[in-house]
Design a protein around this ligand. Structure first.
Ligand SMILES: [Zn+2]
Length: 245
């Protein structure tokens, strides 16, 4: 049985960023090949003694800027669009971001934004919604990439700080988009951050693309680990068989 680690030990205090929704599994609008397979591993992670377990949820209005349907002649998956920070006071020097355009997905109030039923939602403490502002894309669970000024940030940073979190563990879909951006944002904000790679799946599963993602994560001081690795188990103060070390 897993037991909570006691306070005087090296106490892990991570959060899981979990986001396999109906639109991200094999037959959904944003299909991630074998995306459904990660649910079992995520459920096993949710049994571990984390201080708080948070799921992030893509939650778009119908007119979201990342939907190819909102742009003339745009094609999902292959078209891109450059957006600028809509809150910048000086438009000429505003931050810009090139975003990929997708099919309509995770639309508020539709089955596409629901978590897949395989996930054990009863083990999740909080759901943080993102992507609600139609003007900006938000891969990261912390909010859109624009920070000068910040636009439509989620409550995730406040939630982590309120719970005195020092370490963050990220998993879910997709590794090369939301997991990558959430993990990098987490590290930038000073949290020791680990991505559990076998609890993720990438949109682009070519080995060279996966290597680029791993390298980028490492360059931002994000650890990439496996759920069964000794390194990950010891991070949580667990022995390999799951008992507390
Ligand atoms: Zn989205």
């Amino acid at each position: 049985m897993f037991k909570r680690t006691s306070a005087h030990r090296y106490a892990p205090s991570p959060v899981n960023g979990i986001r396999p929704s109906a639109n991200h599994i094999q037959n959904g609008a944003l299909a991630v090949q074998n995306g459904r397979a990660v649910a079992a591993i995520i459920n096993s992670l949710l049994e571990l003694p984390f201080k708080i377990k948070i799921a992030t949820q893509d939650y778009h209005p119908l007119d979201h800027c990342s939907f190819a349907s909102q742009h003339a002649d745009a094609k999902p998956f292959t078209s891109s669009l450059t957006i600028t920070n809509p809150e910048a006071s000086d438009g000429s020097s505003a931050e810009s971001q090139e975003i990929t355009l997708w099919p309509d997905h995770c639309v508020q109030g539709t089955p596409g934004c629901e978590f897949i039923p395989e996930l054990n939602l009863s083990l999740i403490d909080r759901v943080v919604r993102k992507g609600e502002d139609p003007r900006v894309e938000a891969y990261s669970g912390f909010g859109p990439e624009f920070r000068a000024p910040a636009v439509a940030m989620t409550c995730l940073t406040d939630l982590l700080r309120e719970h005195d979190i020092k370490q963050v563990v990220v998993c879910g879909l997709a590794l090369d988009y939301c997991v990558r951006c959430t993990a990098i944002d987490s590290a930038k904000q000073g949290f020791q951050t680990t991505v559990v790679e076998d609890a993720t799946k990438a949109v682009n599963q070519d080995e060279s693309a996966l290597l680029r993602v791993r390298n980028e994560l490492n360059a931002h001081s994000v650890k990439v680990s496996q759920s069964t690795s000794g390194e990950f188990r010891s991070l949580l103060g667990l022995s390999r068989d799951g008992s507390t070390a």
